[in-house]
Write a protein that binds this ligand. Structure first.
Ligand SMILES: *Cc1c(COP(=O)(O)O)cnc(C)c1O
Length: 331
């Protein structure tokens, strides 16, 4: 993998705090699911530990992204609500924004690549959003998003690098600690870092001694490089089945929190993700998308170091095409 370039943070943005996570929890009440925390006797015996799975694959729209999206849109003022929201995403953030906008009665425009899976385009349109297709080899999606925002007065909500998105994502970890108490170690999936930085705010407030680990696909370890070098490292789009973590760099808001509050960042291979998907399906009757398996795959690989501990694992999402799921489960 090539390091295209790397940057240091020039200006320090206003970072969200745990108070913002608490406020987000209030906004999400009655709108987001308080997702279940599951345990497995098989996993506990295998690890010689007590393991708690926070199941965001069972969140509305099938991923934790609904939390950040709904929190961000809930904070719009009247003018912003009338004009609506715009974002660029072909994945779980698109559906989270589309559903949140519908629930809050505002228009949503979603910029998606024209070769995005038809099912995803249809699902996003099904929530009432306007889908704007672009050519991923010619057009710059962020520029299209910014142009729409400027021309039509829309508010741009990016998938991870936004204080209200981070605060919303942090509510899942807050629920976990409030339900099961303090933990010794907590494994969280890492793409652009919205989920990990939000989880870090809740972890440091509610379980200060808990080791917090981010987990990335091995092919896209920009987060690990950034964490260890102390500056945001950019990479080319990584080739991995973890499509929710194909990000090229951490954000100006997510990186400083991760660098300050996270204990380490690990990587796992696609083969390890497939093993974990199979385990979830066979033993826990859970459909988990490849990206959602990152945390568990890393914990399994270091289970010898987790003996006797209380361990949290965040399952981030469950959106995977049935045909793709079947091909992962077969063989
Ligand atoms: C977006 C996403 C991630 C990565 O979240 P970031 O906030 O970008 O780090 C992980 N898992 C799933 C299922 C996702 O949709």
């Amino acid at each position: 993998m090539s390091i295209a370039n790397s940057t240091t943070i020039s200006s320090s943005p206003l970072l969200p705090t745990f108070d913002d996570v608490v406020a987000a929890s209030g906004r999400l009440l009655g709108h987001a699911h308080q997702t279940p925390v599951l345990t497995s006797r098989t996993v506990n015996e295998d690890f010689g530990a007590e393991v708690f799975f926070k199941c965001e694959n069972l969140q509305r729209t099938g991923a934790f992204k609904f939390r950040g999206a709904f929190n961000a849109l809930s904070k719009f003022d009247d003018r912003q609500r009338r004009a609506g929201v715009v974002t660029f995403s072909s994945g779980n953030h698109a559906q989270a924004i589309a559903l949140s906008a519908r629930l809050l009665g505002m228009p949503a425009s979603i910029v998606m690549p024209e070769d995005a899976p038809q099912a995803k385009v249809a699902a996003t349109r099904g929530y009432g959003a306007t889908v704007i297709l672009y050519d991923r080899y010619k057009d710059d999606r962020e520029q299209i998003g910014r142009d729409l925002a400027e021309k039509n007065g829309l508010t741009l909500i990016p998938p991870y690098d936004h204080p209200d998105v981070i605060a919303g994502q942090g509510t899942a970890a807050k629920e976990l600690f409030e339900e099961v108490g303090a933990l010794d170690a907590f494994f969280v999936c890492l793409g652009g870092g919205g989920l990990l930085s939000g989880s870090a705010l809740s972890t440091r407030a509610l379980a200060p001694d808990c080791k917090l680990y981010g987990v990335e696909p091995e092919a896209g370890n920009d987060g690990q490089q950034s964490f260890r070098s102390g500056r945001i490292v950019h990479i080319d789009t990584p080739q991995t089945i973890a499509d929710g973590a194909q990000t090229q760099h951490l954000g100006a808001h997510t990186f400083p929190i991760i660098h300050r509050d996270v204990d380490d960042v690990f990587t796992v291979t696609d083969a390890q993700l497939v093993e974990s998907m199979r385990f979830f399906a066979a033993r826990m009757k859970l459909v988990v998308e490849p990206t959602g398996c990152l945390g568990f795959a890393a914990a399994r690989a270091m289970k010898d170091q987790l003996k006797g501990k209380r361990v949290g694992i965040l399952i981030s999402g469950g959106n995977v095409d049935l045909a793709r799921l079947a091909s992962f489960l077969a063989a």
